[in-house]
Design a protein around this ligand. Structure first.
Ligand SMILES: [Zn+2]
Length: 168
């Protein structure tokens, strides 16, 4: 009985997987997804863009500085210069694949989720966290100046550890 159940489960799983392949176009091939995504954004999928895009977009929503991505590229043995990392991040941002966050005057952070959302910023650690969807409502915004309209609102809530909760 339990063997039969196991077999049934396995068959169901296989059927689901097969349907998934037929349904989602080339799901399970993230590299070709990335190539398509770059092309759709108007960027030629060069080897460097693919390598850096792979590091950037392969692990969910993230917030990175150029230096952080450069360190990851070095660890992954991707042969790029810091200048190339900067250029690529700015190209991706202009193409709408990334969003640049104004958190810290000295460093630019890039968000792999370009849709509008709000952030917590842990100032001491330089760490960026997405705020939960229901985290904030912005009411009573001032009227935009003559001839302007509000294109978006970004909220950054700056955090520090309470005294007595400092990291050792
Ligand atoms: Zn974010």
């Amino acid at each position: 009985m339990s063997n039969l159940l196991a077999l049934q489960t396995a068959l169901n799983a296989r059927a689901t997987a097969a349907m998934g392949e037929a349904g989602g176009a080339r799901r399970g091939c993230p590299l070709s997804d990335l190539r398509d995504r770059l092309r759709r954004a108007g960027l030629r999928p060069t080897r460097q863009r693919l390598s850096l895009g792979w590091l950037l977009f392969g692990r969910g929503d993230r917030h990175l500085t150029a230096e952080m991505l450069y360190d990851e590229a070095m660890r992954a043995k991707v042969p790029v210069s810091l200048a190339t990392v900067y250029n690529t991040l700015h190209q991706f941002t202009e193409a709408g694949l990334l969003r640049q966050l104004a958190l810290d005057g000295s460093k630019a952070y890039f968000d792999t989720n370009p849709s509008e959302h709000h952030h917590f910023f842990l100032e001491e650690e330089g760490q960026v966290l997405d705020m939960p969807d229901c985290g904030i409502t912005v009411e009573s915004l001032p009227d935009a100046p003559e001839g302007m309209e509000i294109a978006g609102v970004e909220v950054i809530v700056r955090l520090r550890r309470r005294s007595g909760h400092r990291q050792a």
